[in-house]
Design a protein around this ligand. Structure first.
Ligand code: SF4
Ligand code: SF4
Length: 216
């Protein structure tokens, strides 16, 4: 069984990995001058990116602390296979928009567009949208030499090894979020002992956990 201190530990470990990813992506961008299209949010709007529930644990813990866990749980439940609950589009075609939890976003979202995976021949290939891939391919061999490539697979192996039951399966963003929120909610009282059944505004929902069979 997962304990509350373990959820806390996972969150801290994941944040440390996320900082490393951000630094590697920053170096890669600096060397290549590659950047996303201005205001673009197409990859979030398409919702094609697979995310593990584990990657959403730091976000779920933060939402609990803000008292917004239930709000996002219900939102994600309504959208399950739809657009990510954190994406805020501001054009009708939804291609322009932003992530409302940018600093808490999963590893996959941090790497998408700037990560690399080895193919079956052991050669690194970009994990990018068509636009960034075409920009990357325009770089000369000299510009591509000695690039610090953010390695998608090695990051994911580290993340999965923290807790395989939550890390080894990737899901649509809302489904991954739902699982992470359920996990954090089930340990919320011992994780943050100042919340209790009597004082929490959502005590009827937060007061019971997966072990006694009640969810949300
Ligand atoms: S990765 Fe591509 S689709 Fe996603 S925001 Fe950047 S430019 Fe847009
Ligand atoms: S968490 Fe943020 S970056 Fe990731 S898919 Fe959702 S809106 Fe996009």
């Amino acid at each position: 069984m997962v304990s509350s201190s373990f959820i806390d530990f996972l969150s801290k470990e994941l944040f440390a990995i996320y900082e490393e990813i951000d630094e590697k992506v920053r170096q890669f961008k600096e060397k290549t001058d590659l950047k996303c299209k201005r205001d673009c949010g197409e990859c979030c709007a398409k919702g094609k990116v697979g995310i593990s529930p584990l990657e959403f644990i730091p976000c779920a813990v933060e939402l609990f602390k803000r008292g917004e866990l239930q709000k996002y749980y219900e939102k994600a439940k309504k959208r399950e296979y739809g657009i990510c609950s954190f994406y805020v589009p501001y054009t009708l075609d939804m291609k322009k928009g932003y992530c409302s939890i940018y600093h808490l976003r999963p590893a996959t979202c941090r790497l998408y567009g700037f990560g690399f995976k080895k193919n079956k021949y052991g050669v690194y290939e970009p994990v990018m949208c068509d636009y960034l891939k075409s920009e990357f391919l325009k770089l000369s061999p000299l510009e591509k030499e000695d690039l610090p490539l953010p390695d998608y697979d090695s990051v994911m192996v580290r993340i999965i090894s923290l807790y395989p039951p939550l890390g080894s399966k990737t899901l649509k963003p809302n489904l991954a979020l739902i699982t992470a929120l359920e996990k954090v909610r089930s340990f919320s009282f011992s994780l943050f002992p100042h919340y209790d059944n009597e004082s929490h505004p959502n005590h009827e929902k937060y007061g019971q956990n997966e072990e006694n069979g009640v969810k949300g």
